[in-house]
Design a protein around this ligand. Structure first.
Ligand SMILES: NC(=O)c1ccc[n+]([C@@H]2O[C@H](COP(=O)([O-])OP(=O)(O)OC[C@H]3O[C@@H](n4cnc5c(N)ncnc54)[C@H](OP(=O)(O)O)[C@@H]3O)[C@@H](O)[C@H]2O)c1
Length: 267
């Protein structure tokens, strides 16, 4: 069956290759990026390479949380249902803060997908078996709620790792709350050959295809229904254990409460 698949941050890196892989299989793909020219070029490139005309696009800068909320409204009004949402957009080496004075990595990697996904739950639930895939990382570091709130400042590496653990903790809470949505957190593999890794480290360990191939597989696999809330570690090639905090009920509740209070104060 052909699926409606929305991939955030699909104008480059593993998101773009995943979009191409899934378009080749004939699915209807919704591209997303922050640069409209890049979104349009990606749509045209994928159409040409796959002869699949069902490729559409949205432009929203995920560093601006008000815009994320607007995107969700547009998506709810224009897309009938979403079978698969891949929360892939992410940043590492970028400006320190966003327009709300929040850490940019926390904003793009955690707060934006948190808002976007929670705001389109009704569109996800119109699908027969909806699925959400959240891009985690091997880099997971204990979340300092004061960094999330934009009060404490830490290194880019540290805030990236904290944002990825926050996303992983929320992923397990979202799975628990929405039992009818298969929700997975995925480390696509470490130091894959993408723009993010080139900018941050200048070298890589594996091809970007390694990450895109696991996202393609997990987006479509019939064998993950019982694994909602789990973490797939593509460095190991199997479902595995995330950071201990992802399973700490109290810490997860604190994170979600703080996130909701923070968002209520700014959007
Ligand atoms: N590569 C790795 O080794 C690795 C390892 C673990 C996890 N991950 C995760 O995998 C995901 C994809 O990473 P990648 O390596 O493929 O990175 P990438 O090549 O830099 O691609 C990132 C994508 O996110 C988009 N994006 C960045 N900032 C955005 C913003 N403010 N608003 C909207 N879109 C934005 C980018 O748009 P532009 O095209 O405009 O830049 C691009 O489409 C990320 O969540 C990353 O943390 C990657």
């Amino acid at each position: 069956m052909k699926k409606n698949i929305f991939i955030t941050g699909s104008t480059d890196g593993i998101g773009k290759i995943t979009a191409l892989n899934l378009a080749k299989k004939g699915h209807r793909i919704y591209i997303h990026g922050r640069n409209s020219k890049k979104v349009n070029l990606t749509i045209e490139e994928i159409k040409t390479l796959t002869e699949n005309e069902n490729i559409f696009g949205f432009t929203t800068d995920f560093s601006n949380l008000t815009e994320v909320k607007e995107l969700a409204k547009i998506v709810n009004n224009t897309i009938d249902h979403i079978d698969v949402l891949i929360n892939n957009a992410g940043v590492f080496k970028a400006a320190a803060k966003n327009n709300n004075d929040l850490d940019l990595r926390f904003t793009v990697n955690y707060l934006a997908p948190f808002i976007f996904t929670n705001s389109i739950v009704s569109t996800l639930k119109k699908a027969a078996t909806p699925r959400v895939i959240n891009l985690s990382s091997a880099a997971q570091s204990v979340v300092d709620l004061e960094v999330l709130r934009g009060i404490n400042e830490v290194s880019l590496q540290e805030s990236y790792a904290q944002s990825k653990l926050a996303l992983t903790m929320w992923s397990s809470q979202f799975a628990e709350k929405h039992k009818d949505i298969i929700t997975l957190a995925v480390n696509p593999g470490s130091l894959l050959n993408t723009k993010m890794v080139k900018e941050a480290y200048g070298n890589h360990w594996s091809s970007a295809d390694k990450g895109a191939n696991i996202l393609t597989e997990l987006a479509l696999s019939e064998n993950v229904a019982e694994l909602s809330g789990s973490y797939f570690d593509n460095d190991r090639g199997n479902f595995s254990r995330a950071h201990n905090d992802a399973y700490d009920q109290q810490k997860v509740e604190n994170l979600i409460r703080t996130t909701e209070e923070l968002l209520a104060s700014i959007i």
